[in-house]
Ligand binder design. Structure first.
Ligand SMILES: N[C@@H](CCC(=O)N[C@@H](CS)C(=O)NCC(=O)O)C(=O)O
Length: 188
């Protein structure tokens, strides 16, 4: 989702090849043996197989909404918040969402750890509509897909959390025409 959002705003043409993760095509594994999606193959054969790198690749080519130049703070600060969500929040999200896939999972504990991360967002969103100012930037679009997944595990419980600004921020992103567009099957 985050890769598609950045490809969309930067108007990079691309062809989507949907893959079944249970049956990864040989062409994908030849390009990226680590076997995760998304994988972007550029016209010159360059392979980019991390979603954040695909965002950066697209936005460095064209960044009409200045996602890389936020109103508040800078790209390095955004990348540090994104890193926290990629390395910490995502692990807890997976353990909360799929406890059976982990021998060591404690879903309740992971849910609480994830909420601590969400408080970082809540405090930033007290003074601005988006994480780094009053317009969308890289961090919003890189992090919101994870928060969306988290909110969908138990929506009434999520709605009961004292995170009003985070809920408002998430709804604004999910309801935005760009997000709605990229969520359509085979959106390109
Ligand atoms: N850090 C990677 C993570 C990608 C990732 O884990 N993708 C999942 C799907 S959301 C995947 O491909 N899993 C491989 C599998 O389930 O076999 C990125 O953001 O690109």
């Amino acid at each position: 989702m985050r890769a598609r959002l950045a490809l969309d705003v930067s108007s990079q043409g691309f062809r989507v090849v949907e893959v079944a993760l249970r049956d990864k095509p040989a062409e994908m594994l030849r390009a990226s043996p680590k076997g995760t999606v998304p994988v972007l193959i550029d016209t010159d054969g360059t392979v980019i197989d991390e979603s954040l790198d695909i965002m950066l690749w697209a936005l460095r080519r064209s960044d009409p909404e200045q996602w890389l130049a936020p109103e508040l703070d800078d790209l390095a600060t955004m990348r540090s918040l994104i890193r926290h969500f990629d390395e910490h929040f995502k692990g807890h999200l997976d353990r909360y969402k799929y406890p059976n896939r982990f021998v060591d999972a404690d879903a309740k504990l992971s849910r609480s750890e994830a909420v601590i991360s969400l408080q970082l967002l809540e405090s930033r969103l007290q003074s601005s509509s988006y994480l780094f100012g009053n317009r969308v930037a890289l961090a919003d679009m890189a992090i919101a897909p994870f928060v969306r997944q988290f909110s969908k595990v138990d929506p009434p419980w999520f709605a009961s959390l004292p995170l009003p600004n985070t809920s408002r921020w998430l709804a604004a992103i999910l309801d935005s025409p760009r997000f709605v567009r990229i969520m359509q099957p085979n959106a390109a």
